[in-house]
Ligand binder design. Structure first.
Ligand code: SAM
Length: 483
């Protein structure tokens, strides 16, 4: 029985409800009147408190996803862009993954870390190696990391992960610092989530891979990850452990995308219903080639058009949730979806364990790589590219450091204070990047952009303070201002 408030995976991700949703979407995919009505409902509206968006239920959003009327699809893309601009402006948050260990006891059939794969050497970073990796990441200009790890209670127990987080936060190399560590590790216990919270993590990220239970069990034939309920209920345990920024995602290509889309939104509705706060982010990874993995054996691959439509529909359905795209995707694909709702991208990523330190920007180790990286540009190139397109690359980590997590972040988002807060924060962290790490050409473009963009901070006092801080960063060598 479908029940978004239930704490049982099979009740809040009810298979019957998804099947009915897909039937309803199929029946209504040409229903212009209904689709227009849904789009109207989702539009940003001015209220006494600022601009607000109602979002959409999984049923309504599934109708949009199924719709194949070209002009209505165009309307969806424009609406997605409008919503993105209302809440995220032209800021794009930058991050990089840091792979700690590829030891794994699971047998996920799409992942090269599966324990039977003899094609990759197993590696786990020592604390000295973590230091070297983080120093290399700081030297590129990164301030925000997502740590990644296989699941192995002997080789990568929670104590190892906690020790790595500690090491990462402790490294202050030149003007560098990692100010937010997001964590993408296997589903774990409430006790361990509490420990992660105490270690000061940002978002806890866990991809569902697929919401289809039967497929899930086949795709994870052995190891602790085989347990669908334990995996699907992980975010509830994380929230119980005090982590209120959680990141959802599915691995597109494993199952039918329409099924995954409905499941993903039902999961978001469940978190909102039970914990009063939806997911902080949603990631949209697509399956990639990797050692011992051929993506063509999974017959649910989606093309770039459908991928873009999924992103636009997620943006419309959950307007306040950040959306992340990684370097799994090419420059061309990332280019297309930036406007449709993406708010965070990785740059200059290495998906191998120990892939940053000791390698030039052109060299990339492949031996322990998790999957092929499509966008292989340097961070300087990605930053310049974003600015050339009118986006502000942001290295901001202020919200969580100021305690604006969970519903407090959403509240800020909802009352439209983001332009007085996130905008100057983005510009100040961009100035830090430009002063410390950018090439002369990137710095020139960036400083021109900052001069123009700072004028868009609506509150005059705030704007003047931000201008003063920017000067202190640029000329006075000061760092880490934030609102
Ligand atoms: N081990 C953790 C877990 O089980 O959730 C998380 C870390 S894993 C390194 C991060 C994610 O990589 C997985 O959740 C999966 O979605 C993704 N992944 C695995 N194999 C992939 C592939 N061949 N192509 C693209 N992404 C992949």
């Amino acid at each position: 029985m479908y029940n978004p408030k239930s704490l049982k995976a099979e009740e809040f991700i009810d298979h019957g409800e998804i099947v009915e949703t897909l039937e309803y979407a199929e029946q209504n995919k040409h229903n212009r009147e209904l689709i227009e009505e849904i789009l109207e409902k989702a539009k940003p509206k001015k209220t006494g408190r600022g601009v607000e968006c109602a979002g959409l239920s999984h049923r309504d959003a599934s109708v949009l996803l199924a719709c194949d009327i070209p002009e209505l699809n165009e309307k969806m893309y424009s609406l997605a862009k409008e919503i993105k601009e209302a809440f995220y402006g032209n800021r794009i948050v930058m991050f990089a993954p840091l792979y700690l260990s590829n030891y794994c006891v699971n047998k996920c059939v799409y992942c090269p870390y599966h324990y039977q794969n003899k094609q990759i050497p197993r590696k786990k970073l020592t604390q000295d190696e973590v230091r070297a990796e983080v120093t290399a990441l700081q030297d590129m200009g990164h301030k925000r990391l997502a740590i990644e790890c296989g699941e192995d209670p002997v080789n990568n127990p929670i104590e190892y992960v906690l020790e790595c987080i500690n090491t990462i936060y402790s490294i202050k190399h030149k003007n560098g610092a990692i100010r937010r560590v997001n964590v993408n590790i296997a589903a774990t216990t409430v006790e361990n989530y509490k420990k992660l919270k105490e270690a000061g993590i940002g978002t806890y990220i866990l991809f569902q891979e697929t919401y289809h239970k039967e497929s899930y069990e086949k795709l994870h034939p052995a190891g602790p990850k085989h347990n669908y309920a334990y995996h699907t209920e992980a975010m509830d345990r994380a929230m119980e452990g005090g982590i209120d920024d959680v990141g959802l995602g599915v691995l597109f290509g494993l199952e039918m995308y329409k099924y995954e889309f409905a499941g993903l939104l039902m999961h978001a509705e469940h978190l909102e219903a039970v914990h009063g706060v939806g997911p902080h982010t949603i990631s949209v990874p697509r399956i990639k080639k990797a050692a011992d993995i051929d993506p063509s054996v999974f017959d649910n691959g989606i093309d770039d058009d459908i991928f873009a439509k999924i992103i636009a529909c997620i943006r419309i359905a959950v307007p306040y949730t950040g959306m992340i795209i990684s370097t799994r995707e090419s420059e061309a694909c990332r280019d297309r979806v930036l406007d449709l709702g993406i708010s965070q991208i990785s740059g200059a990523s290495r998906t191998s364990v120990g892939g940053y330190a000791g390698y030039s920007p052109e060299e990339r180790p492949h031996d322990t790589e998790q999957f092929d990286v499509s966008d292989q540009r340097t961070l300087d190139e990605v930053v310049r590219w974003l600015m050339g397109k009118g986006f502000i690359p942001s290295f901001c980590t202020a919200c969580y450091r100021e305690g604006r997590t969970g519903d407090r972040f959403m509240a800020l988002c909802k009352v439209g204070q983001i332009q007085n807060c996130c905008h100057p924060n983005a510009l100040m962290t961009l100035q830090e990047y430009l002063s410390d790490y950018a090439s002369p050409e990137t710095r020139k473009i960036g400083e021109e952009l900052i001069a123009k963009e700072i004028l868009k901070v609506p509150d005059e006092k705030r704007r003047q303070r931000a201008i003063d801080y920017l000067e202190q960063i640029k000329v006075g060598g000061k760092r880490d201002f934030r609102f």
